[in-house]
Design a protein around this ligand. Structure first.
Ligand SMILES: CC(C)(COP(=O)(O)OP(=O)(O)OC[C@H]1O[C@@H](n2cnc3c(N)ncnc32)[C@H](O)[C@@H]1OP(=O)(O)O)[C@@H](O)C(=O)NCCC(=O)NCCS
Length: 246
């Protein structure tokens, strides 16, 4: 069966990406502009470029303690290759870390025009649902989200989805025991929704932004003298039966 693609066309030694000569893109355009081009089909204007740069910067790294970085470093320490460790780091992303951006973008795109935000939030709380894009293990406010919204306001991407995300945040604060920040996944999800991206591509934004950070972790681990990562016996508590006979 014939495959069809609208992304790249290579013929007679010339490569066209979404219709633009790759050689000219290399000479004239920034990496983030070309990422926007492959994802959206068109080159971004100045404001879109500023916004997309900020989005990728916000996702760049979040320390050694997050599941994806810990996993990537553990996997490289066993003698695996860089790309295996990188893939493992990405696979460690789940709905509680790194993937909430997709669930949040879906939620915002489905409900952004809801009039009764407080009724919606209390209904979801009654169902014990965790609203994606809110909460954090160690942060009570997320400075990355605040900075992203600042850029969104300056560039004109603080629209209906961002306003809805903030309204949900305010309502959540009045119904939960813990102070839940609007986290970086939530802010990114709201902004890309206001930029017109489909929620199905949302996770790609987090991964594209985080890959450089993961590569840096993997390389640092490779060059370190840590050797094989494993827990020492005293770092895990045994809760099984005492020694016994058959
Ligand atoms: C990130 C997360 C795992 C952190 O969890 P945590 O800090 O351990 O929070 P806890 O499990 O202690 O929950 C504390 C309270 O807040 C509530 N809560 C936490 N996150 C919530 C959310 N996103 N929506 C609604 N309620 C939430 C819990 O139900 C609990 O309420 P209760 O005490 O009234 O029962 C959690 O907030 C979450 O699942 N968020 C949604 C997924 C997400 O956005 N992940 C990206 C993180 S950057």
């Amino acid at each position: 069966m014939q495959w069809e693609t609208a992304i790249t066309h290579i013929k007679n030694g010339k490569e066209l990406v979404r219709g633009y000569d790759l050689k000219k893109l290399i000479l004239k355009k920034k990496f983030s502009e070309v990422i926007f081009l492959v994802l959206k089909g068109e080159l971004p204007n100045g404001k879109e470029t500023r916004m997309i740069d900020a989005l990728f910067t916000a996702a760049i790294d979040h320390g050694v303690g997050v599941s994806s970085a810990m996993t990537a470093r553990t996997v490289i320490s066993t003698g695996n290759s860089l790309h295996t460790a990188l893939a493992a780091g990405i696979l460690a992303m789940g709905t509680l870390h790194g993937s909430a951006i997709e669930d949040a973008a879906k939620f915002f795109q489905e409900y952004a025009h809801t009039k009764d935000v407080s009724g919606l939030v209390s209904g979801l709380r009654k169902k014990k649902m965790r609203i994606p894009g809110y909460g954090h293990k160690i942060l009570s406010r997320d400075p990355r989200s605040e900075a992203l919204f600042e850029v969104a306001k300056k560039t004109g991407f603080y629209g209906a989805h961002c306003r809805f995300a903030v309204a949900v945040h305010k309502t959540l604060a009045s119904v939960t025991s813990k102070q839940l920040p609007l986290n970086v996944d939530g802010a990114m999800a709201a902004i890309i929704s206001d930029m017109g991206f489909d929620w199905r591509v949302a996770k790609g934004f987090f991964i594209i932004g985080r890959v450089p950070g993961l590569v840096a972790h993997i390389y640092e681990e490779m060059m370190s003298s840590n050797g094989l990562r494993r827990l020492e016996e005293h770092e895990a508590t045994y809760s099984g039966p005492r020694e016994r006979d058959f």
